[in-house]
Structure formats: structure tokens, C-alpha cells
Design a protein around this ligand. Structure first.
Ligand code: G3H
Length: 478
């Protein structure tokens, strides 16, 4: 298949029998950067069968040995920082420094997971029967955590490496085998990351990676009878997967419309820098990006001015130059963002900057005086476009946050911790940040979304637990 990257099955790099490939379009040049194999359903079957077989002996491999291999993979991953980061720059236009940070963060995540795993999985419970009414002390219950089997991991384009290892490492330390279906944009970075696990020496079939079009192998993977658990991060596809998948545990991290509520006593400089960092880093293509600012009218003019000063300093251009704002991932994404901007313009939003677009590159834009009837008040642009809604009381802000179909994170800026706690309690989101922008990390913190934002909770410890099941053995005394 010439310059087409191979997929990873049964511990080997393979060319698909389909003879077809999937192009990866560089968001900056809008030309084909790489190609990956378009795997067939038969190839998926083979991967699943080998994953199922490999898992049985992997689960019996001592925990400390599994941890040792993960530590090895983490070190190799960090050694390969440069080529992997280069792929991220070319495949998803992630700014060069952020791309390198993603790889290092991933190595750290894998190591932390190995350390956490030996502790979390190295202990169980001991229960006695006579604490429950009517029982004598004749039953001893021992619990341990056992793997689920084969885990299917589907990460998104915005963190093809980090959100892959956040599923791979907990799965493997817990004794599961893992099948990865990377996003098309970011697939080569993910294949390179998988190569690091290959070099670390994981037994064949314990980790595999299939590439191809979601439309061809997506449903086949998610509905595959061998899959015992799906960990997915992405958009609406997650909702479709949850409806089609079988009776298996799901871990889903989907969209967000993270609200940033600014009270009148807030440190406005702190709020402004967090709004710009939270709203515009990686051009707003993060599920945890600040996606709507809800500011008290009394401080709105000052805040908007401060935010605009900072927006004016953002650099715009190619990811190779480490610009703050880089082309968004696809042309259709840019078109979608533009649709939201045009709708807001038609309905009378105030444009703080001129709207400008060249190809997939959209200049950062703050939209003030956004009203409830505008699509951008509710929809997730996943781009460098941020709406500001002016509110006359806190309740209005909380109401807007809770009226969203999403419930990932939110943030509050105030100097009054008592107020902050009450507002946090009232916000229907998985996490509320006080005086900082929303963020998933540090990666051992719990991370979860309510409503359409997800199922279950992530974070290293939660993911390890989620990818195991409790097994009880009861000793019955005579
Ligand atoms: O896009 C979704 C990610 O989980 C966000 O992660 O907060 O580290 O950017 P982040």
C-alpha cells in the first residue's frame, strides 16, 4: 500500500486486504498528509478474536509485571515525543508546543496509571455475615477486582494520543485487552503511540489498532459481540453508540457547553485571562473549552474590554509556528462555525472583532450581547468563537447553564467562596471550577458529564475501577 500506514493486529503491522486507504487531510494545507488502511470487517473480527484469546493470559500476568510494561511504554512514548508531536501538528493542526505537551502528559498518565493500578487492584475487601440481620458469623466474603475482557477505545481528534492512553492504560493495567479505533484525523499519531506499546513488548493481541472509515467499521466495532466495554470520547456519535451497543458498560465523554459565570465582585483580570485561555486554546476545540460567558451587566463592559485586549494579542496562523489560533480540523467544521457566526450576526450580536476566515483558519471572535434566540447561545462551535451573554442576576446565569442539554463543566468567578459554593451546587454539571477555566486535568481528578455530556466518570482511578468488575468468593463455615 505504498505510503499508507499499516494497522496493528496480533502483534504485527499489517496492510488491509481491502486495498483501500483513508486519506488524512492536513487542516492547514488542506491536502492529503497521510493515508491509513481502510480495514475490513473480517480484519476487525480477527483483531477481536485475538484480543479475546490474549486477554485470558494477560489477566494472569502478575500485576507488577503489567505495571512494569506500562512504565516501559510510558518511557518510550516520551522518547518519541518529537515524531508524535509532528504528526499532531500535521494531522490536527495542534500548535507545536501543545502537541509536545500532549505526548508528555500521555506518558505521565500511563505511568501514574501503572502506579495507581498496583494499589487499587492490589487490594480487595473482607466482609463478615453477622452484620446483616438474622445472620450468624458463618460466611466470609472476599472481593477482588477482575477485568471485563476486551475494551474498545474510541478517542476523538482533539487528543488522539492523550485520550487514547487515558483508555488504554487503565484497561491494560486491570488485565483487559484493548482494541483502539483512532479518529481519522490523528490516526497516524495514534499508530505511532501504539508502536511505543509494541516496542515495550506487550504480548500479541493485548493491544491492537484498527483504522478505517467510521461509516464502514464503526457500527461493526461498537456492536461486536466480543466487546465487553466501550470507552468513547467525541460528539453525538456517542449517543448513537449508547443506543446500539449491547448490555455492556459504557464510558462516554461527549460534548459540552461550559458556562463561565462572572459575578460583580470577580477579579476581572483573572476572569479575562481564564476566558481567553479557556475559550481559545487549541482554537476552542476542547470539550472543556469555555463556550459561553455569562457576565453580570454591572461589570460586563469592563470584562469585555479586558477580554478583547487579550484576544487582540492572540497569534493566528500555522501550527508549525506555534500560533495560538490555528486552522480548525476540517472544512465542514469551519463551515459549521461560520453558520453559527452568521446566525448571530443576523440576529444582532455585537462583533468585537471583524469576522475573518481563510480556508479552515478562523480568526478569534468574541460575540457580545448574545441573546437566547441565537444558535450560538446553545450550540457548541468547537472553534475560536465565544459568545457573551449579559445577565442581571446570578439566577439567570445558573438558569442558562442548566437549560443546556449538556452538563460537562462550568466555572464561576467571584471572591465570595460562600456564594461560589451555593452556585456550584446549583449548576447541573459534572464539575464546577471556582476561579479557573474548566479543564479535565490533572488526569487523576474525576471527570464526568451530566445529561448529554456523558456516561460514567473518568480520571485514572475511576477508569481503572470502571474497567473491572467485583468478584466475590464466599467461604461458608460449617
Ligand atoms: O476535549 C475534551 C478533553 O477531555 C478536554 O481535555 O480539559 O485537558 O483540554 P482538557
Amino acid at each position: 500500500a505504498g505510503d499508507t500506514f499499516k494497522f496493528y493486529s496480533e502483534g504485527e503491522w499489517k496492510v488491509s486486504s481491502s486495498g483501500k486507504s483513508v486519506p488524512i487531510i492536513n487542516p492547514t494545507t488542506r491536502t492529503t498528509q497521510f493515508k491509513v488502511q481502510a480495514c475490513t470487517q473480517e480484519e476487525v473480527n480477527k483483531v477481536m478474536e485475538s484480543a479475546k484469546i490474549a486477554q485470558k493470559s494477560w489477566a494472569k500476568t502478575p500485576l507488577w509485571k503489567r505495571a512494569e510494561l506500562l512504565h516501559k511504554a510510558a518511557a518510550i512514548l516520551k522518547d518519541h515525543k518529537k515524531p508524535i508531536a509532528d504528526c499532531l501538528v500535521k494531522e490536527i493542526a495542534k500548535p507545536a508546543k501543545d502537541a509536545a505537551t500532549e505526548v508528555v502528559r500521555s506518558g505521565d498518565l500511563v505511568s501514574y496509571c501503572a502506579e495507581e493500578g498496583v494499589r487499587v487492584l492490589g487490594e480487595g475487601k473482607f466482609l463478615v455475615s453477622d452484620s446483616f440481620p438474622g445472620n450468624e458469623r458463618t460466611k466470609y466474603c472476599l472481593t477482588s477486582k477482575i477485568p471485563l475482557g476486551v475494551i474498545l477505545a474510541i478517542p476523538p481528534f482533539n487528543y488522539p494520543v492523550n485520550l487514547a492512553v487515558s483508555k488504554i492504560a487503565p484497561a491494560l493495567i486491570a488485565g483487559n485487552s484493548l482494541v483502539l479505533k483512532p479518529p481519522t484525523q490523528g490516526a497516524v499519531a495514534a499508530l505511532h503511540m501504539v508502536h511505543c506499546f509494541h516496542l515495550a513488548g506487550f504480548p500479541k493481541g493485548v493491544i491492537s489498532c484498527v483504522t478505517g472509515k467510521g461509516s464502514e467499521i464503526g457500527d461493526f466495532l461498537t456492536m461486536h459481540p466480543i466487546v465487553n466495554c466501550i470507552s468513547f470520547t467525541g460528539g453525538d456519535t456517542g449517543i448513537a453508540i449508547s443506543k446500539k451497543s449491547g448490555m455492556i458498560p459504557l464510558q462516554m465523554e461527549l460534548g459540552g457547553k461550559d458556562a463561565c459565570i462572572i459575578l460583580d465582585d470577580a477579579d476581572l483580570d483573572l476572569a479575562a485571562s481564564n476566558i481567553v485561555k479557556g475559550g481559545f486554546s487549541y482554537s476552542g476545540q476542547r470539550c472543556t473549552a469555555v463556550k459561553v460567558v455569562l457576565v453580570m451587566e454591572s461589570v460586563a463592559d469592563t470584562l469585555v474590554k479586558k477580554v478583547n485586549e487579550k484576544v487582540g494579542k492572540l497569534t493566528v496562523g500555522p501550527p508549525e509556528n506555534d500560533c495560538d489560533i490555528t486552522p480548525v480540523v476540517t472544512e465542514s467544521s469551519a463551515n459549521f462555525i461560520e453558520g453559527l457566526v452568521m446566525d448571530a450576526q443576523k440576529k444582532g450580536a455585537t462583533f468585537c472583532q471583524e469576522y475573518k476566515r481563510e480556508g479552515n483558519l478562523i480568526w478569534p471572535l468574541l460575540l457580545d450581547n448574545v441573546k437566547q434566540d441565537m444558535r450560538i447561545a446553545w450550540e457548541e462551535p468547537f472553534g475560536p468563537v465565544l459568545p457573551v451573554i449579559r445577565i442581571s442576576n446570578v439566577e439567570e446565569g445558573v438558569h442558562h447553564c442548566n437549560a443546556s442539554n449538556f452538563g460537562l463543566q462550568g466555572c464561576i468567578f467571584t471572591k465570595d467562596i460562600n456564594k461560589a459554593m451555593l452556585i456550584s451546587d446549583a449548576m447541573e454539571t459534572g464539575t464546577v471550577q471556582i476561579n479557573s477555566a474548566p479543564a479535565r486535568g490533572p488526569d487523576h481528578f474525576p471527570f464526568q458529564g451530566l445529561k448529554d455530556s456523558g456516561i460514567g466518570s473518568q480520571g485514572i482511578t475511576n477508569s481503572i475501577n470502571m474497567m473491572t468488575k467485583i468478584k466475590s468468593t464466599v467461604i461458608n463455615l460449617p
